[in-house]
Design a protein around this ligand. Structure first.
Ligand code: PLP
Length: 428
């Protein structure tokens, strides 16, 4: 193998949940005979209505004179003009905004967007005259746990800093909710950018409109971009089960993805925000990969213009996963002993449930191994605290359970989980 650079070594490591996915794939392969209930996936299920939407949009594109122009030619780095126009028109109307095409960037998936932002705004600045290195600008994750993928985006890993939340606990209901801890959160001249997901992967949390405004206001005096990762937010895929209003304008970059609306394979992300920030990110993209898939953009433009994407998001995608969450919490409430200190995070959105087993006598990794023994796979929670340096036992007490199983699988898995938890807490 060729010698690797510092960045080469770092980027060829599997970070966060990807490392565990390897173990899961090997488990599934080794246990060929054994039937596992796999609730680890971050991959959304294929819903028939959603597949049909994309098939219909593709058929329409194929029949149009636009086809050659879309797939046989390069385009601008910013994105395919008809798609940008569709986003501008839809958002201006829907949210009463005044966007122009200069406020939009289309990226190959939204993960790439966080990579550009993390390295354009986080890391070392150019040194001032007479000084050695520049200043370290932090990428701030205001509420940990958050999306595991943020763990791999910083080429200067020391720039990534996450903050412990406060916990609202409803002990008798066995529910809890994370809140940003504004008494600890530091956003100042050392901050390069802020990133958080809303709704949140892995917890299903939705930061309130007030919390988002407060974070944006803290960052505004320092011209710090606030990337609101809206991969699960309205208007599509609309995977919010609670009211939430997207925030636009000022230093907020509203970041979207088509992945949870049925197009993960086409790799499409959308950034909406200040034209100067958008331009920086666009140049970064030109250098990195030229532009996103134009086929994906052409079919997405159709789905937005017809209104079908928002319609299907609100009537099909949202209720599908909201029902799964209800199945999961009903099963847990029925199976988990009231005497155990278990707490399910409020299911406010996304496609996961997040379970906190307070004072768990073993680590989350060991709990994951015991679950495998009873044929259930969920993801140990400690992979979802990228950038959190401080010791916190809570990190080893959580589990992410994907809502991508059948109702029966989810219910059975929760019964088995309750048995394992009971055994573990009793010290057996
Ligand atoms: N952000 C969040 C919160 C996610 O859950 C995911 C994928 O799971 C992504 C970003 C990346 O998605 P994509 O690059 O497919 O847009």
């Amino acid at each position: 193998t060729p010698a690797l650079t510092k960045i080469g070594a770092q980027m060829s490591n599997l970070t966060g949940v990807r490392a565990i996915m390897k173990d899961i794939i090997e488990t599934l392969r080794a246990g060929a005979g054994q039937q596992f209930i796999n609730l680890s996936a971050g991959n959304p299920l294929i819903l028939p209505e959603v597949e049909k939407l994309w098939r219909d949009c593709t058929a329409d594109l194929l029949a149009s004179s636009e086809y050659g122009e879309v797939v046989c030619r390069y385009g601008s780095s910013q994105g395919y003009a008809p798609f940008i126009e569709a986003v501008v028109n839809d958002f201006n109307k829907r949210y009463n905004l005044n966007l122009s095409d200069r406020n939009i960037l289309i990226t190959p998936g939204s993960q790439s967007l966080y990579f550009y932002a993390a390295n354009a705004f986080g890391g070392y600045t150019v040194a001032d005259q007479g000084r050695e290195g520049g200043d370290l600008k932090h990428i701030v994750l205001p509420l940990s746990p958050d999306y595991t993928g943020y763990g791999g985006v910083a080429l200067t890993p020391e720039s990534l800093i996450a903050y412990k939340p406060t916990l609202d606990i409803d002990a008798s209901a066995h529910r809890f909710k994370y809140r940003p801890d504004f008494s600890q959160l530091s956003i100042d001249e050392n901050t390069g950018c802020v990133i958080f997901s809303r709704p949140c992967n892995p917890t299903g949390n939705v930061l309130t409109d007030e919390e988002v405004s407060k974070i944006a206001a803290l960052a505004a005096p320092y011209n710090v971009p606030v990337m609101v990762d809206s991969a699960y937010a309205p208007p599509f895929p609309a995977l919010n089960f609670t009211e939430m209003t997207p925030l636009f304008g000022g230093n907020v970059i509203h970041c979207m993805s088509l992945s949870k609306a049925g197009l993960p394979g086409e790799r499409l992300g959308i950034a909406i925000g200040d034209a100067e920030v958008i331009e920086v990110l666009e140049c970064f993209q030109t250098n990195a990969c030229i532009h996103a898939s134009r086929y994906g953009q052409a079919i997405a433009a159709r789905a937005i213009n017809s209104g079908a994407l928002v319609e299907i998001s609100e009537t099909v995608i949202r209720s599908f996963y909201q029902n799964k969450f209800t199945v999961l919490e009903t099963a847990l409430d029925a199976a988990m002993p009231d005497s155990l200190p278990w707490f399910l995070h409020r299911g406010e959105g996304a496609i996961f449930a997040w379970l906190w087993l307070k004072d768990l006598p073993i680590t989350d990794w060991e709990f994951y191994q015991q679950l495998k023994q009873v044929g259930v796979i969920a993801v140990p929670g400690s992979s979802f605290f990228p950038g959190l340096r401080s010791e916190w036992k809570h990190k080893q007490e959580c589990l992410r359970i994907s809502l991508t199983g059948s109702d029966e699988e989810i219910a059975t898995a929760m019964e088995r989980l309750a048995e394992v938890a009971t055994k573990v807490y009793s010290g057996a």
